[in-house]
Design a protein around this ligand. Sequence first.
Ligand SMILES: Cc1ncc(COP(=O)(O)O)c(C=O)c1O
Length: 373
Amino acid sequence: MQRDPAALKAALADLEQRDLKRTRRVMPRADLVNFCSNDYLGLSTHPEVVRAFVAAAEKYGVGSGASHLVTGHGIEHEALEAELAAFTGRERALVYSTGYMANLGVIGALVDQKSVLVSDKLNHASLIDGCRLARADSLRFAHGDVAHAAERLAGADGATKLVITDGVFSMDGDLAPLPGLARAARDANAWLVVDDAHALGVVGARGRGSCEHFGLDQDDVPVLVGTFGKGFGTFGAFVAGSADLIELLIQTSRTYIYTTALPPAVAAATRAALRVSEAESWRREKALTLARKVHRALRLPGECVSAIVPVIVGDSAQALRASRELEARGLLVAAIRPPTVPDGTARLRITLSAAHEESQVDTLIEALGELRG
Ligand SMILES: Cc1ncc(COP(=O)(O)O)c(C=O)c1O
């Protein structure tokens, strides 16, 4: 873009004209029931989590003061990593400052220029950007299509191969076919990288995510990414895997090394959230039960396996209109439009949480029913 005020104005006008201009809402809004947060278990305001945050901030201060390899790594990070390793059944875990950085960092650490990256077409933007930044050969396979992934791998003669997928897809709420992908990756001697941001805390008998759901271990899924800003209600992320994988990330992962460590109070709050998510399993059950209720009431296709219920509208203008009409009724449901989702698949992305009341969900179902006419 030219350095020209008119060019900026034209770019913004173009977004507006295509119904793709985004606006930020200043939250919280007491007049709206939020159906688009990723706080699936309602832990962001849980008293134990808040108390842990405040106590750690009083003890250690607000910021970590440096990157992990300088002096930013503290006992809260160290303890959280050990607990995450136990929670995920991995040898070791490493805390990153955000999920976006974890994905960039783990892909970047594993690839070289001769590598081949094989990714699900609907992967989260941070995985896509991780592939772009890696400057290796990047191939896509059709969403959830194991045979296509295997085909891509067969055609790839790169030295290092990665199969990369979301565990639960952020905009669709469906599960990746992990057992098939694990088999295909093993057969091709490829790393399988699973970003389980939307499954951890929610999916699996004990909330341990898609790997638990499918009964897969570290050998099947050697690289597991998780985030804290969703089911755990805090902020930050981690990568879990073998002790050597984690050591390699500490030594070489640029988004781990060259950034300020997560504030220790956030690590302490996340430890509390992990404990609460396990102790209060009703939270996971409630979020899933409410999601299934919405899915059933709207007669949506497929199976409801997560707390995310997408209602595909198609056209961006129509999705925006529906979102505005819901907002007028006190219901906050964001319209998700391209480029976050593929062209022609704009949608209302409804998320359910343990913090919702049943009556609020009934109101939403009724409003959506009327909207669809
Ligand atoms: C699947 C997935 N991975 C990674 C991220 C990024 O995580 P973070 O918000 O911690 O950067 C998100 C969303 O934020 C996501 O939906």
